[in-house]
Design a protein around this ligand. Sequence first.
Ligand code: NAP
Length: 330
Amino acid sequence: MRATQLFATGDIRTVDVDIPTPARGEILIKVEASGICGTDRHLYHGEFPSVPGKILGHEFSGIVVDSGDTAIAEGTRVTCDPNTWCGTCDQCQRGRVNLCVNNVATGIHRDGGFAQYCAFPASKAVTLPSDIDPLHGAFCEPLACTLHGMDIGAARAGETVLVIGGGVIGLLAVQIAKLSGADVMLLTRSAEKQALGRQIGADHAVGSDTELREIWPEGADLVVECAGVSSTVSQSAKLARTGGRVVILGVLPQGEQVSIEPFDMLFREIQMHFSFLNPFTHQRAAQMVADGTIAVAPLISRTIPLEEAAAAIASPPPRGEVRAIVVPQD
Ligand code: NAP
């Protein structure tokens, strides 16, 4: 089969490899859709810890073609929760499974979904309806991560929620915030993403702090940082209203420092939280994608064949792009 492997920082290629054989407790999935995430680009640039030689792709779904020794029927469409926690470490025992010290992430530590087939733990596969658009299954993982961040932020009806960053995470955060009954603003630089933000439900979409202050002079009750840029992390604390809260979802390069003003945050008692991965949210995400509670079709900017995946990961996303979906069977 063909598969896109990260051999080393800056070296990603699509190559021939053997179709994997499912191990005990695993199924073989024929991959239908696999999203290119900002994290794949961080991995390529060495900004996020990786394991050389692994097939990338952690946002994927497909059809079970070999159920191995599991009870999942062949032909079932599944979405894959890529994070396999150990269940026994101190953090797992405390229920903080996303902080598991032994987490094995498919598409990072083990072979993932930028491939025609993927052997995957059956316990982490969530069933999707057979009539769902196959491309939509690729959104369950980013939605699951965004749900965790929005659970931490706990937006309430009548509050103001500012989402910074108009990528897929930001546009999913906008939709979750709307479900809470909040007044929601998207702050992102590109006019195309602002327009998309309004289309998927944002009450306001702006391109700068100045525009934001014209609408909400005091800032927002909840700021959700989904850009993954040092300047927007600094900005998040400033844009939270007094007594407000910030949730950082964006991933910055390892080691990067950010400027914040503790005096201002203390005197205004700003709570700053960080949200990591998708603890117990993948099932909810699958349900919300399957029943259309969250619109994902507008977030698909293009589909590309597997042969173009390496180049797409190695390049910055084209202007205005939200999500490119790799379709390995093309
Ligand atoms: P993305 O497609 O790169 O989106 C980020 C968006 O931020 C861009 O579309 C960009 O849009 C906007 N942006 C960049 N600089 C900005 C600025 N100065 N002001 C306002 N907006 C700015 O990434 P994504 O896939 O949505 O992911 C977002 C972040 O979440 C990434 O860092 C990713 O690694 C991270 N992530 C975290 C988790 C987790 O568990 N915490 C899970 C998945 C992903 P404009 O060009 O319009 O400004």
